[in-house]
Structure formats: structure tokens, C-alpha cells
Design a binder for this molecule. Sequence first.
Ligand code: NDP
Length: 434
Amino acid sequence: EHRNPAQPEFHQAAREVLESLAPVVAARPEYAEAGLIERLCEPERQIVFRVPWQDDRGRVRVNRGFRVEFNSALGPYKGGLRFHPSVDLGVIKFLGFEQIFKNALTGLGIGGGKGGSDFDPRGRSDAEVMRFCQSFMTELYRHIGEHTDVPAGDIGVGGREIGYLFGQYRRITNRWEAGVLTGKGPNWGGSLIRPEATGYGNVLFTAAMLRERGETLEGRTAVVSGSGNVAIHTIQKLTALGANAVTCSDSSGYVVDEKGIDLDLLKQVKEVERARVDTYAERRGASARFVPGRRVWEVPADIALPSATQNELDADDAATLIRGGVKVVSEGANMPTTPEAVRLFQQAGVSFGPGKAANAGGVAVSALEMAQNHARTSWPAERVEEELTRIMNDIHRTCHETAERYGAPGDYVTGANIAGFERVADAMSAQGVI
Ligand code: NDP
């Protein structure tokens, strides 16, 4: 901690992984001898830069930009960009660290990285967002490339932002290099099902955990937090598979809708009008109500899918969910569940899917987007969804079997950490001390 002061999220993420690696390190001392743990915890490269831009009134604003290129043993650095006022180096490092193991678990050739800025897109005009993205890329472009580092979206970075970023990259480099960013529009190099992939993938992972318990999604009640890209497509897939998704939220509070969330209305409010979830409740009528300043976990459900942000589900929330009869919790967001809450779920026999396994569908389809770009082709939606389903089932099986092999049956946290670690560690060992 003295080496990386004031980075609590990074310490939390690293501690969680390192704790579960004890049995592997004991079984394979060559890992420790090769300094693999120390090397894994130190990013290969960290870039911090100034992002100056002008707001609509002509005032100069200055934000801070980050790209942490954590590990490239398995392929080019890959991971999203986050634009949110809470972003600092520690947040980006936690996300980049998680990304190494997540990307390894997909079985595809991608390394781990993450980036972003403390820029707050909320309330900014389209023109302001564009000028910010252009300024951000004016520095970032020299560090990325299809064989080097391939950013994507995350909180605050969706299709609009990827468009502005790609436009500026193309202009500066004078190259049509589709594979430099993923999450592009479907008519200029983007993959079908990429926007849906994280949410869909988490529901597929949830279905696999339920299968393991001899159950299905059919007729189950689910609580989902967030109302962004991941939450919306989680609700969509839950509904398609016969579950009833009754909540969504944002930082102002949550909506509970007894009839199940109306996806068209939610998309209209969030994606078209860029409004808040209370607008959904106002328009929906009697079945829905807005609860200001509280979190969705107080609504009893069989399944809970946190899909907003880190540390949004703590020990008190976990106790409430357990009392309400929750059977499965699966992380759509990155590290939304605090370590104490994870322990409570595991002690209560709740199946718990950690984000680095459960939300890997997004980055997996990003890697499929890179493959399509490389071959200058685009696959039909059905093909991408088939691949996504296969990948999520493989990840589930890998985590499940690895947990069993190391004497922790049913513990997906241990399974995901060890399986991801083994793949990266073996590649690093083979490539020497670098
Ligand atoms: P979006 O920006 O589309 O949506 C984020 C949602 O979370 C919004 O509803 C937002 O509400 C809410 N939120 C953000 N911060 C907070 C907060 N501090 N308190 C309460 N609510 C908050 O982001 P995504 O849906 O893309 O990402 C959500 C999570 O999923 C993140 O943890 C991300 O890292 C993870 N993830 C995303 C992937 C992807 O493919 N997009 C892939 C894998 C993981 P508000 O507008 O009020 O801030």
C-alpha cells in the first residue's frame, strides 16, 4: 500500500485476487520464484495526460486523462474507457487489473488495460462531448493501435463517444484502422450484438449457475441496478428468457415496476432523451414507482444483478437480499459487491458470479469485433450471439471446474481468479522476465 498510496479500489481488487491464489502458489512454487505476482501487480505502462477543451460558453476546462496498459502477455491491451467524475488513477488501475484476468478467461488473445477521464458528461451538450473526445484522442492516439492497445466503452462512454474518438483517430493518423477501437457503429466496423453483449452475457452466466442448482430463469423475479448499457440489455435478456425484471436505478434512486420493466420506455428515456429513471416512473403509470435516494436491494427477489458501479452492494444490502430469499447474485458491473457482502452470500449458499467471469461477454464480443475487422467482414447477429453463448458457457464451466480442482466447489470467485491467473502466468513464464 505504501507503493500505491490513495488507491483503495486497486488495493481491494488486488487483495481479492491474491487471497484466492494461495493454493496455486503453494502447488506451483515456480510461479513465486519467477516473481509473477509482483510483475502482475505492476502495470507495464501508465499514461496520465492533460485534456483541455472549451465549453459552449468558450470557457477553457481542463480534465485529466488516463490509460493504464497493464498486461500484454496474451495479446494487445484491451479494456474500456470510463468518463465519470469519480475516475482517478486508483479506479483505472483496479479496472485494468480485473481486466487482465477477465480477458484471460474468455480464452481469446487479449491483454488487459483500462482508461478514462474525470470528465462528467452529464448535462454536457453533444458539441461539448465531441470537443472533449477530440482533445482526449489528440493525446491518446499515439499510445494505441490495433496491435498495441484497443480501447472500448465503459461508464459514460457509449456509441456516441466511440464515434467521436474514432473520427479524431482517423483524422490524425490518416488511416482507416477499424481494429483500434471497439463498440463502433454497425455500419462502420462495429459488431452486431456488441452493445447487448455484457448484459446478455451476464444473464447467460446466471442461467448457467441456476442450471447447476437444477433450476431455470423461467418465472423468477430479478432485481437489476443501473440503467445504462449493461442494465438495459440485462433486463432485455431476462425478459426474453421468461424472468421478471422489476427494477432499474441511477444515482438519484430506483424504480420498482410490479409488471416488469417496460424496455421500450426505458430505452426511450435513457438512450433517446438521456433523462433520469424518475421520468420512467412518471410515464409508466400505476405499476411503477420511483424511490429517491435508495438502492434496489430492498426489493425481494430470487436473482440480483448489480449493473451500475463499484461497491454499490454492501454487507447490509447482502443481508437484506438473503432475508428476501435471493438464490443467485451475478455481477454485471465491475466489483459492485463489497468483500464482506461476497462472504455473506457464499456463507448463505447463494451462487455468486464475480464480474471478471459474469460480465466478460462484452469484452469477448469486442474481441470478435476485432476479428471481423481484421478479416474485413461482418457476421450476422445470430452468429455473434451463438459465439457469445458458447463463450459464457465455457467461462462458467472453467470457473466451476477450477474451483472444484482446488477444493472449493461452487466458489466461482476462487475458480475465476485461479483460472484467469494460470493462463496469464503461463504466458508470462514462457516469455521470460519482462
Ligand atoms: P453506463 O454509463 O451506460 O451506465 C452506468 C449506470 O450506472 C447508469 O445508470 C448510472 O447512473 C449508474 N451509476 C454510475 N455510477 C453510479 C454511482 N456512483 N451510483 C449509482 N449509480 C451509478 O455504463 P455501463 O452500463 O457501460 O457500465 C456499468 C457497469 O458495468 C460498470 O461497472 C462497468 O465497468 C461495467 N461493465 C461494462 C461493460 C460494457 O460493455 N459497457 C463491460 C463489462 C463491465 P447515473 O447516470 O446516475 O450515473
